[in-house]
Design a protein around this ligand. Sequence first.
Ligand code: MRU
Length: 342
Amino acid sequence: MIVAGKHFRTIWMEGSSIFMIDQNALPFEFRIHEARTYLETCTAIKNMTTRGAGAIGAAAGFAMAQAFIESGGNQGFVEIARSETEATRPTARNLFYAVEKVFDAGMFAAENAVIEAQRLADENVNDALRISEFGNTLIKSGSRILTHCNAGWLGFVDWGSALAPIYRAHREGKKVFVYADETRPRSQGARLTAWELSNENIPHVIVPDNAGAYLMSKGMVDVVIVGADRIAANGDTANKIGTFEKAIIAKEFGIPFYVAAPSSTFDFSLSDGGAIPIEERSPDEILYQSGPDESGLNHRIRVANHTSSALNPAFDVTPAEYITAFITEKGITSASGGKFSF
Ligand code: MRU
């Protein structure tokens, strides 16, 4: 992504440090966070300094590479690091995919772990580029596209999944308009997707999470494109909470609903979405909101009844029957007959 004329990846490794765009600071401040140890990288995944399935995958691969560097050849240290990295966030398949690949590579030599983590980051970019090309063929000039959460540059190492086809279409001169669901409670749509779209000069508006039925019933949406955190063998798809209801509404109004994701998001060990682990996050994310006032001073304020708690499941699972097709780096395909094939 180009920010103020300079190209940035969302996350990268230099020496034994991991550098990442601080997604908790956006859109108010663009700053780079440095994680010097694998434990600091794990903390950055947990507290969502870096987030989104693709970026989490890259971060987890880098964390394992750091662990091999720090281990001094101590196998027990690396195994503990693996468990700790895998315990950071449970839902995105990309995290477990990267940990396994880097762990296996590092068994031969610590340098191989670093090479493998860097290779996975490059693979992440190349997959997103292919997704942008295949997805672009589904976008007509004049399309009004609804998306949920953030599956753009920031959710991957570069380009993104759901937003990548939109960036490609826009760069080719097609007219596109995006509805960005605000995506409560952490507002990845209102903060991150809207920031990315502004950065790319793509016309868009932020809409409340509960506006989907209104917009689709009024004929204001031509297509829905979302990303994914984990896709089971039958095509059932876990993505940010609220995705499933958008899929139901899209089906009701005959609007195509596409899921964009690389093969590293597919988990063929799970026959259906029922076994996908769903992360539950702190009730505080619902009960409080934070952001800067006009002078830039950050505040955290309570936005809910003082004596109530909250339930905060971070993902839901959309059954395959609601998904028109998957946009992957290998092409566009469906999960027809309850079985997925590339
Ligand atoms: O909790 P997050 O912000 O990591 O959740 C991200 C999403 O649900 C994205 O839609 C998903 O990872 C798609 S690809 C970046």
